[in-house]
Design a binder for this molecule. Structure first.
Ligand code: ADP
Length: 393
């Protein structure tokens, strides 16, 4: 079996990671991909493929699938010369210029291609928020109303905030990150006023991604005996989310919660948080991606193989993985200090990091299990249930 396809994916991925904007063949290919109906899907998809995990034939099928899903089957023809060229070891050669390429939006530094895994969440966010915002004319032609947000839930540290930040980048929008608990005010009317102020600010600075973190602090189920301030917060938030006369058109709404089952059902109506999406801990491919991303620009021992770290970090959140890297770095720094010379990060440092950091998602899953099993009447937690089924030992 030829190694060339495998190696090409690895090189393409590495080159995309290292310098997504360079001239030459790779940039030409990316520019070509960017003219595809759903280009980011392809570029993100390529970045998410671990060439070590598949045979050549499987990789071919995967790339073809990516192109097909993105409505870009004709791009498949452009893939072969890229592959042949890379595997021949030749210097990058520019592809012919492509018309219609999209300029990279300026904005915060986090983009979709900085996020490992979460392909389903990216697809939904793209379909429900980014496309209606960027392709308003097309949506109007189909009389498809835009508006409405997405609610993300899952264990902490797995990329919900990152996703919101990346959404702002993809839409070249401002990013307003609001911790819902900070809006609670013990004075009568205080909470409502703050909610109105936040939406006003979002509209004033539009386009804006308005991200409500820990949204349950305001949006929890209305209970007859609960405090009035919470109840009034719920209706104020609903009113602002609905807006009037299309005033929220350039306010893109995302919410995050660790406890979706505590939320008032009224928030799930279309036009509000119309989709509820599970944000799982990173799988193997995503863990490798997150670790590699964390190591960029740091001194790393030649040939350091992360396979062992990847294999031993099932159940670790992205934030836990960053903690492992930081702890390993501390050991490398200590050793360098003692040696009076730079000791690059090596497998031993990672072993020490792994011995210190525990996965943090277990507690969340033991709580979530009951809801996925017994409170999933509307299929709201189907993706969570499927995840639990797959990972049950
Ligand atoms: P959440 O909002 O779900 O609690 P964050 O988005 O704040 O989690 O993630 C915390 C940190 O962990 C991020 O800043 C990032 O460094 C890392 N991280 C988590 N998930 C991912 C991911 N899927 N891809 C890349 N980095 C991640």
């Amino acid at each position: 079996m030829s190694e060339s396809f495998n190696a090409s994916v690895a090189q393409l991925r590495a080159a995309l990671d290292a310098s997504p904007g360079t001239d030459g063949l790779l940039a030409g290919y990316v520019a070509l991909l960017e003219t595809a109906p759903d280009s980011a899907l392809i570029v993100d998809g390529l970045a998410g493929i671990d060439p070590d995990a598949y045979s050549d034939d499987e990789l071919r099928t995967k790339v073809a699938g990516l192109l097909r899903d993105a409505g870009a089957l004709e791009m498949a023809g452009a893939w072969d010369p890229v592959m042949a060229h890379l595997s021949s070891g030749g210097a990058p050669r520019p592809l012919p210029p492509v018309s219609g390429g999209r300029a990279k939006a300026k904005g915060p530094v986090i983009g979709f291609d900085d996020i490992g895994g979460l392909e389903d969440v990216k697809t939904q966010v793209r379909r429900r928020i980014i496309n209606p915002f960027l392709k308003q004319e097309l949506f109007a032609r189909f009389k498809r109303k835009s508006g409405g947000g997405v609610l993300m839930y899952g264990p902490p540290g797995c990329g919900k905030t990152m996703m919101a930040r990346a959404l702002a980048h993809e839409c070249n929008a401002h990013f307003l990150n609001v911790k819902a608990a900070d809006l609670l005010d013990r004075y009568i009317g205080g909470t409502e006023n703050r909610i109105v102020e936040i939406f006003d600010e979002a509209r004033r600075r539009a386009p804006t991604v308005l991200f409500f973190d820990e949204v349950e602090a305001i949006a929890q189920k209305r209970q007859h005996d609960s405090h009035a301030r919470v109840n009034t917060g719920v209706s104020a938030l609903l009113t602002e989310m609905d807006g009037f006369d299309g005033q929220n058109e350039a306010v893109l709404l995302l919410g995050a919660t660790n406890v979706p089952w505590s939320l008032d059902g009224a928030f799930r109506r279309p036009g509000r948080f119309g989709r509820t999406l599970f944000v799982p801990p990173p799988d193997k491919v995503a863990r490798r991606f997150i670790l590699n991303r964390a190591l960029v620009g740091r001194p790393v021992a030649d040939g350091l193989d992360l396979s062992d770290v990847v294999a031993r970090t099932s159940g670790f959140s992205g934030a836990d993985l960053i903690d492992v890297v930081d702890t390993a770095l501390d050991y490398a720094i200590e050793e360098s200090d003692a040696a009076g010379d730079l000791v690059p990060l090596n497998a031993e440092h990672f072993k020490e990091g792994l011995a210190e950091v525990r996965p943090s998602t277990g507690e969340w899953f033991s709580q979530a299990n009951a809801y996925a099993t017994h409170a999933n009447r509307d299929g709201l937690y189907d993706d969570l249930a499927a995840f639990l089924k797959k990972h049950r030992k």
